[in-house]
Design a binder for this molecule. Structure first.
Ligand code: SF4
Length: 208
């Protein structure tokens, strides 16, 4: 299909900024989170406020956990979701997200990048929960939960989303993350990262 970067619509203009950012679902809807870890009543207000002030459209990506297990789910480590069935589910969701990325860019919109959720086994970018003891197998009844740690690395959806972006020639977009807990980062750091991303100085998903 013909790309229309840098083209303008000849007849119709309106107030749109033609700037879009892609957000992990729970940045706009904390009700999607595992019960016990929502840090805000609704949205992550300081981050959303910043984007509102900048006139940036917010694309709310689907919540892979909600779409798989619903709201009545337990917290989990990355390893529990790291199975072919969940990752296929993530692939399907990622394909639709990248469809939107590709289409906005085909039509000349500026896709500013992605804001993920650090500390999540699914949407984590820099930190994700893993078993503290890699030799202990997880799963079983709810009264037995082994210890976990927040380890460096990406969650399952984040990995697959970046793979899909690369596969579709869209891998040059920056990724930053908001923290789920203070243990994995501060909101102030996240806001600085998002400001850098809005200024066009964020780091790219392909590491270049
Ligand atoms: S971090 Fe990702 S999987 Fe977890 S609640 Fe938010 S959107 Fe859903």
């Amino acid at each position: 299909m013909r790309r229309c970067d840098h083209m303008e619509h000849p007849k119709v203009s309106d107030k749109r900024s033609e700037r879009v950012i892609f957000l992990s679902h729970c940045i706009l809807n904390q009700n999607a989170k595992v019960r016990g870890i929502a840090a805000h009543p609704g949205a992550v207000v300081p981050l959303v406020q910043l984007l509102l002030e900048q006139g940036v459209g917010m694309y709310q990506m689907p919540c892979p956990e909600m779409a798989y297990l619903g709201n009545m789910r337990w917290g989990a480590v990355k390893d529990q979701y790291h199975n072919p069935m969940f990752r296929r589910h993530c692939r399907r969701l990622a394909e639709e997200v990248v469809d939107a990325v590709e289409n906005y860019r085909q039509c000349g919109y500026q896709v500013l990048g992605f804001v993920m959720m650090d500390g999540s086994p699914v949407c984590g970018l820099n930190r994700t929960p893993r078993p503290k003891d890699p030799n202990v197998l997880w799963g079983g009844m709810a009264w037995y939960v082994p210890e976990s740690v927040y380890a460096p690395g990406k969650g399952n959806f984040c990995e697959i989303l970046q793979e899909e972006l690369q596969r579709r020639g869209q891998g040059n977009l920056p990724f930053v993350a908001s923290p789920e807990f203070d243990e994995v980062g501060t909101l102030d750091e996240a806001l600085s990262q998002v400001k850098a991303l809005l200024a066009g100085t964020g780091s790219r998903s392909d590491g270049r």
